[in-house]
Ligand binder design. Sequence first.
Ligand code: GLN
Length: 257
Amino acid sequence: MENMELTVMNMYSDILNTYGDIGNFTCINQRIRWRNIGLNIQECTIDKDDDFNWEDIDIILIGGGSDNNQSIVSHHLLEQRKELVEFVETGGVLIAICGSYQMFGNVYVDVDGNDIPCLEVFDIETKSAADRLIGDIVISNAINDSNNVINKDFSFKLEDMVGFENHGGRTYHNHDPLGYVKVGFGNNGEDKKEGMVYKNFIGSYLHGPFLPKNPHIADYMIFNALNRKYSIDEIEELNDSIEINAHNRMLKRLLSE
Ligand code: GLN
């Protein structure tokens, strides 16, 4: 895939990086390099949002964090609202994990009852509770069931997704879920939904980090970015025997418990 290049931006690596979510950035960058696709990387955080053109960004990753860290980033994140809305609406590829997923909604009430200002991009409401939803999680893959994603019927190498969740927040919305809970809690421990998808946006509670444990989702994101930028209709397969063995080993353990 010579002569192609992608620009990948991680937001708040220094503040929203609970459970090593920065591993998502490492994983997607390496899977781009393995395909001989040119890679530019960009960081954006408080006091370090060098001048860059949002039009140059192809993939954005944002991790999770404590309620306090979400408060710390909130003001700076809301300053990027216009650009983030345009990025998502024009098919930009973005994954928001846990706390950042929550902050793409309308409301996040933290465990002390404080409203943390959110981006109000999606009709999502989250209220935190003292008893946290913690543990390994397995979800089905509901991406191809959605009529609100850009590349429906992507041929995934793997079916389910595995990860780890730790959140006080209970999230409720009527958007299409990323998947349905097979093991664990998901958005709220009640409706069996986990995460959400819209165009090329993915929100999820899955830490892990998520993408190294689920290389098929990393490839789905890379495909979407290449399809948006170069109108490609297929992506080069990588030898994922090690990744798939690790994924299936976790899956087998969790589904047999
Ligand atoms: N602080 C949020 C919660 O407790 C998000 C946690 C996280 O990102 N792991 O729900």
